[in-house]
Design a protein around this ligand. Structure first.
Ligand code: TXA
Ligand code: MG
Length: 344
């Protein structure tokens, strides 16, 4: 156990101090949890195998699960990748800084521990003032997975980071809650056809407007054969899961309410859309309005953590729509449910 410092960055003075301290720790090879617009990241010097090893230890993360490298300026991309093809440049112009991670063949400068042993590297430029200033002040590309313990829901507040990482990292910077609430879109440009590996706030629809054809990896919506290698190693692991067993329930609200009534028992909770609590006979946590995927994304991970806090043993969850950002919400929730779905 180490002493974890917590610094808030709300006033301009605090922002300057926290980003100075954070950059110094990164330069010295240490670990800092900091906010991005998607979720909090657990950052370390991406070019140092020793610093990166610290990330895997702190998170108890499997070694073959590669990290995203965060940069603050376009010039920082060049030394990390073999080439910047025109379609990558078009995406960068359209979406950076922002919640889009692009995978390209890597150079020797990127250690294999950062890329999980792969010959590609995932890079993104986050759209958050604290993240950008910490990267700039450190003068380094920063490897940062989500700042949760491996397997638990990604953190969207500094408190979530404290719950998971207190005593395991040098510093947690509190910059308030994350606006998007689910992790970045991950797109690989390492193959012939651009392929979506993880849906996020830059939607498939938006990617197709720039690139034309984009394939959606089957792992985004379906359970893969665990004996086959996954294109995105992160997709193999059970993820975002609260301690309770989650069952995703597909059907109308009326059908859901009837199903909830039939399955009423101590420890059974519902995860429903805003305003539906009063219409069901189970205790409930909400995750945004039914027709509002942005709200659902922003509140999903807090809702999953709340279900643990209230001691839920099992959870019946309402099925989100898969259009736009809804695909990202569905992708996280189906993993939280271990792909258990009931169709009414
Ligand atoms: O929004 C985000 O992306 C956040 C914030 C902190 O930036 N970061 C994040 O990192 O979600 P992480 O490590 O929790 O998720 C990275 C995902 C994993 O599923 C990983 O397997 C995949 O990206 N990934 C990273 N590098 C890859 C590569 N070279 N090839 C295929 N998948 C890769
Ligand atoms: Mg993660």
């Amino acid at each position: 156990m180490m002493e974890t410092q917590l610094l808030s960055a709300h006033s301009p003075q605090e922002f300057a101090l926290a980003s100075d301290v954070a950059a110094g720790i990164i330069q010295a090879g240490g670990l800092v949890a900091f906010p991005t617009e998607t979720v909090y990241g657990l950052g370390a010097n991406a070019l140092s195998p020793e610093a990166v090893a610290g990330i895997f230890r702190a998170k108890s993360r499997p070694q073959d699960n590669p990290l995203i490298v965060h940069i603050a300026k376009a010039e920082q991309l060049e030394p990390l990748v073999q080439a910047i093809p025109p379609r990558a440049q078009a995406l960068i112009d359209a979406f950076w800084p922002g919640p889009l991670t692009i995978i390209l063949p890597k150079t020797e400068r990127v250690p294999l521990s950062t890329s999980g042993g792969l010959d590609t590297v995932a890079v993104r430029m986050p759209n958050h003032p604290l993240a950008l200033v910490i990267i700039e002040k450190s003068g380094l590309p920063i490897a940062a997975p989500s700042a949760n313990r491996s397997g638990s829901p990604s953190p969207t507040t500094a408190r979530h980071c404290v719950e998971d990482l207190n005593g395991r990292v040098e510093l947690i910077v509190d910059g308030g809650s994350c606006a998007v609430g689910v992790e970045s879109t991950v797109l690989t440009l390492a193959g012939d056809v651009p392929r979506l590996l993880r849906p996020g706030a830059v939607t498939v629809e938006q990617l197709r407007e720039i690139l034309g054809h984009v394939e959606v990896d089957p792992a985004v919506e379906h359970l893969l054969d665990p004996s086959k290698p996954a294109l995105s190693p992160g997709m193999k692991y059970k993820h975002y899961a609260p301690k309770a067993g989650v069952l995703l329930v597909s059907g109308s609200f009326e059908q859901f309410a009837r199903y909830a009534e039939q399955n009423k028992a101590p420890g059974v909770w519902a995860l429903v859309f805003d305003g539906e609590e009063a219409g069901i006979s189970l205790p409930a946590i909400t995750y945004g309005k039914e027709d509002h995927p942005e709200e659902q994304a922003a509140s999903l991970f807090t809702a999953l953590r709340r279900l643990d806090e209230v001691g839920a043993q099992s959870v019946l969850a309402r099925m989100p729509d898969r259009k736009g950002l809804g695909l990202a919400v569905y992708n996280r929730l189906i993993r939280a449910a271990g792909f258990k779905v009931v169709e009414l």
